[in-house]
Design a protein around this ligand. Structure first.
Ligand code: UDP
Length: 258
């Protein structure tokens, strides 16, 4: 592989300069972190699975008119994306109470919400990504009110689409995180979906058993996290027959002598 300039290394991904101006390569790592990186580990094969799941979801969202940074998958762990200026806000979309919402407001995990709830967190690791109101976003100029309208409308459409898609394969979409970016076209900028959508940033529960099929298995030391990610990919119809060696986690482990 030729030497590429690394732009940024995050907790689960590395960004490299892309082949053309305005493009970036996203490399998906197996590294997993939780609780603002206090807990660190790896989930075997996660990068390969998240690359495929995110490609699949961004492609389907493109078909319903959601613009995103995704251009194409390059290989098992990399995808080519458009360079964006990331809006420093994490958008949390919730259908069922869980995680920090349950803790903050004392609502039992698993309680369905009367309607979809959008929350915003300011992206700042040093501050632990604090929850903020739209008024803070406007006050500090993190995004304009027009941009927030686009972001919230897209988040609701993405949720409607994804909740239906997952329900069709027996999975409840409890909550998830989205990130958006700006692309500049002449004097104008436009908001598009960025980052990734994978079990790292979604809560996915089996509809019948409520078994967790997402990063909470890692966060809460439940075990079986690699198998859970694999199960989501399998139900989405990814890694069909013939590519199954990709997901043969045992053979990967054996090769490493673990
Ligand atoms: N989430 C994420 N990155 C973050 C914070 C949250 O991907 O930095 C996702 C998380 O996986 C979950 C949803 O957003 O699907 C809501 O997370 P919550 O606010 O409940 O935080 P947590 O309990 O995970 O700390």
């Amino acid at each position: 592989m030729s030497r590429r300039r690394q732009i940024y290394e995050g907790k689960a991904k590395i960004l490299y300069e892309g082949p053309e101006p305005g493009t970036i390569i996203q490399y998906f790592k197996d590294d997993a972190t939780a609780f603002n990186a206090e807990k660190k580990g790896t989930i075997n094969g996660k990068g390969v699975i998240n690359n495929r799941i995110s490609e699949h979801i961004f492609t389907l969202l493109g078909h319903i008119g959601i613009p995103s940074h995704f251009i194409r998958r390059l290989n098992m762990r990399e995808q080519l994306v458009k360079q964006v200026e990331i809006v420093p806000i994490e958008v949390i979309v919730r259908n069922v109470a869980a995680g920090s919402l349950s803790k903050r407001l004392g609502i039992e995990e698993g309680t369905p919400l009367p309607h979809t709830l959008l929350e915003y967190c300011y992206k700042d690791d040093a501050l632990g990504d604090p929850l903020v109101a739209e008024e803070h976003i406007a006050c500090f100029g993190w995004a304009s009110q027009e941009e927030m309208q686009d972001i919230s409308a897209m988040a609701i459409r993405i949720n409607d689409f994804m909740a239906g898609m997952f329900a069709g394969i027996g999975i409840k979409l409890v909550d998830f995180k989205l990130e958006f970016g700006r692309v500049f076209e002449g004097d104008f900028s436009r908001i598009i979906l960025a980052d990734e959508i994978s079990p790292d940033g979604c809560r996915l529960w089996d509809i019948k058993t409520n078994e967790k099929l997402d990063k909470d298995r890692f966060r809460r030391d439940l075990g079986g996290e690699a198998e859970a990610y694999q199960e989501v990919a399998r139900r989405l119809g990814l890694f069909p027959e013939g590519e199954s060696e990709v997901l043969d986690l045992n053979s990967e482990r054996k090769k490493r002598g673990k």
